[in-house]
Design a protein around this ligand. Structure first.
Ligand code: GLV
Ligand code: MN
Ligand code: MN
Length: 415
């Protein structure tokens, strides 16, 4: 008989799976480089599938490469509860960003099997393709297509730095499924994730009850100057795209600081062309990433950055094109599901607090098509998108256990 007391997961089994997955696509400093649609991604998918087969799950794969692993429910008419995250990583990523959410969902299902729990609603453990957006912008690409926000053609045409397309790479690794994207209907969506920020650890809390996610714009700038010799070109004859970029970087910092509290802005990727020590760059491409939970503030920052960038470029004589390659509005998660997460943490005796997610997640797009929410656990010093990303076995267990209970609440245990 299933009682509240024995609704526990196997934290050691979860940890062992996390460590085994981390062996695929090792980084150079203890983390992972398992970028989307690489051979390493394919290897991770195969391992995950093996584990899902062992847990008795059946697989569906959609045309974006997202994996849906189903544990049947008892009611043929009941829509599934989806639980997932992503197995792809940043180029210098950690072992837990995304992976904890996928393997935590798998652990929840394994524990249901151990305990002989049947649920009314099916449960679908989900590995979304290209959450990170490191190789193909934007982030959360497959869930955006699933939610109908981006088209599959647009997604397939996205290119990496070598000019390879999403569509070609998906076929190459053998994970283009046949399911039409977005035709599945969800009863609810849950996602477990590490916080990727310092708040839970600083506050000494085990669990973040995620009520909102901040919105984002990724603005890809292409600045066009004139390639010229760095030694023989007089200062007043230069059309230096690199100088314009430097001024824009400083300006983005000013705009984000002026919008405090509750706003961030920065640049994580830039390409100089031709990138030679003694050639002034003729072309510079970089992406500004701005975020805020406040819609008006987010859009105001974008407008100010675009107009000030235009003035900076005009002053230097540099051409300026801006392509908004990634966007989502701030998200409010479903109160009923948020309540289930809080209740689960309380029943299990874990300390908890409300959180606004600073990072984007597939849950943000799932929230467009179903009630959705997230569970967060702390990470050491708030470090993420860094190979040094670390969590404790206890934090992982607590997060997965809260996920397990909240999912059961929604999927409804059948006695
Ligand atoms: C996704 O990982 C993001 O928040 O950039
Ligand atoms: Mn993630
Ligand atoms: Mn990430």
């Amino acid at each position: 008989m299933v009682t509240g007391e024995n609704l526990r997961i196997d934290g050691d089994r979860l940890w062992d799976s996390l460590m085994e997955m981390a062996r695929i696509g090792p980084g150079i400093a203890g983390g992972n480089n398992r970028q989307t649609l690489t051979d390493e991604d394919a290897e991770a998918r195969a391992l995950f599938k093996t584990w899902c087969d062992e847990a008795g799950l059946s697989m569906g794969v959609d045309q974006m490469g997202t994996m849906f692993m189903t544990r049947p429910g008892t009611d043929p008419d009941a829509l599934p509860v989806y639980v997932g995250s992503h197995l792809d990583t940043q180029p210098t990523g950690g072992k837990y960003d995304g992976v904890l959410g996928v393997l935590g969902a798998l652990e929840a299902v394994r524990s249901m099997n151990d305990l002989g729990i049947k649920t009314k609603h099916p449960i679908v453990v989900t590995n979304w393709a290209n959450e990170e957006g490191a190789r193909f912008a934007p982030a959360m690409l497959a869930s955006a297509v699933f939610a109908g926000v981006l088209t599959q053609d647009h997604a397939y045409s996205r290119t990496d730095l070598d000019g390879k397309t999403y569509g070609d790479e998906l076929k190459r690794i053998g994970w283009k499924g046949d399911e039409e994207v977005g035709t599945r209907k969800m009863h609810a969506y849950y996602e477990l994730h590490i916080e990727q920020g310092p708040i839970l650890e600083a506050e000494g809390k085990d669990i973040g009850v995620v009520t909102h996610c901040q919105g984002l714009w990724w603005l890809e700038f292409t600045l066009t100057g004139r390639e010229a010799h760095t030694g023989s070109t007089p200062m007043d004859m230069r059309v230096n795209a690199g100088l314009a970029m430097a001024r824009i970087l400083e300006m983005v910092q000013e705009v984000a600081m002026a919008a405090q509290p509750g706003a961030v802005g920065g640049v994580g990727q830039m390409q100089f062309s031709p990138n030679s020590r003694n050639v002034l760059p003729g072309k510079v491409v970089f992406t500004v990433d701005i975020r805020s939970p406040d819609q008006a503030k987010l859009d105001g920052m974008r407008a100010e950055i675009e107009s000030r960038a235009a003035a900076i470029c005009a002053d230097i004589g540099v051409g300026c094109a801006i392509d908004p390659v990634g966007h989502f509005d701030p998200v409010t998660f479903a109160p009923e599901l948020v309540g289930n997460v809080r209740k689960a943490a309380e029943e299990l005796g874990y300390s908890h607090m409300n959180l606004i997610s600073g990072a984007g997640h597939d849950a943000c797009w799932a929230a467009q098509v179903a009630p959705a929410t997230m569970v967060m656990c702390p990470c050491v010093n708030g470090i993420s998108h860094n190979e040094a990303e670390e969590i404790s076995r206890e934090w992982a267990r607590a997060g997965a256990e809260v996920l397990f209970r909240a999912v059961l609440e929604t999927a409804e245990i059948v006695e």
